[in-house]
Design a protein around this ligand. Structure first.
Ligand code: ATP
Ligand code: MG
Length: 202
């Protein structure tokens, strides 16, 4: 899968799905590393609508999460943001994300990017079997999470990529913001300012 330096006939597109509540530098490093190692032409960040694994939790409204994602990615020419998940009514399933992106990029090779913790969830995702045909999966290392035991995805369907460790989570950023603790350098400057301006997480 990792084919840096080879010639590619098809556009290679990464998909970075997440709640992004808020987006932080761990997400950005993950996307940047996978883009580099897999020679991607573009990484599409896809903020979720109603994340299926967070139905019991309160999530910031989609428009704020979308705008923070746009602000955080604006300076990178390879990074774009898609509204497919937030514009689709109902709960977000990754299979629908993949189908929507595939429809918009029929000739592309797709690479779905997740952290090590999300791999554990993949196996429970709706229509997990058909997802392997729609995209390659790249699981990046994440401090504090190891690859799951138990149910394993089909051999060869998920690549693991070691990336520089950033022990940052949106949960911790929200907690810090709520307590008035600093979030500088955990999230991009524009996101720090957006959180302050709109009084998010207080
Ligand atoms: P929360 O704490 O609210 O769950 P999060 O930090 O886990 O937020 P998500 O939006 O849930 O962020 O994650 C989106 C994707 O990014 C997931 O695949 C997750 O595993 C991955 N990811 C998040 N933080 C990191 C990190 N620090 N390093 C590597 N991958 C990460
Ligand atoms: Mg998470």
């Amino acid at each position: 899968l990792s084919t840096r330096g080879n010639r590619h006939d098809r556009p290679r597109i990464g998909i970075m799905g997440g709640t992004f509540d808020p987006i932080h530098n761990g997400h950005l490093v993950a996307a940047s590393e996978v883009a580099w190692v897999y020679d991607l032409d573009e990484v599409i960040f896809v903020p979720t609508g109603r994340p299926v694994f967070k139905l019991d939790k309160k999530v910031t409204n989609a428009e704020d999460r979308y705008l923070m994602t746009v602000i955080a990615t604006a300076s990178n020419p390879k990074f774009t943001v898609s509204r497919v998940d937030i514009d689709r009514p109902g709960v977000t399933y990754t299979i629908d994300t993949l189908r929507d992106i595939r429809e918009r990029h029929p000739d592309a090779e797709l690479f779905f990017i997740t952290g090590a913790d999300a791999v554990a969830e993949i196996m429970q995702w709706k229509d997990a079997e058909s997802m392997w045909e729609l995209a390659h999966f790249v699981a990046v290392t994440r401090p504090g999470y190891s690859s799951p035991d138990g149910v394993q995805p089909p051999a060869g369907s998920v690549d693991t990529l070691e990336i520089p460790a950033l022990a940052i989570s949106s949960t911790d950023v929200r907690r810090r913001a709520a307590h008035g603790e600093p979030v500088w350098y955990l999230v991009p400057d524009g996101v720090v300012q957006y959180i302050g301006k709109h009084g998010l997480y207080t």
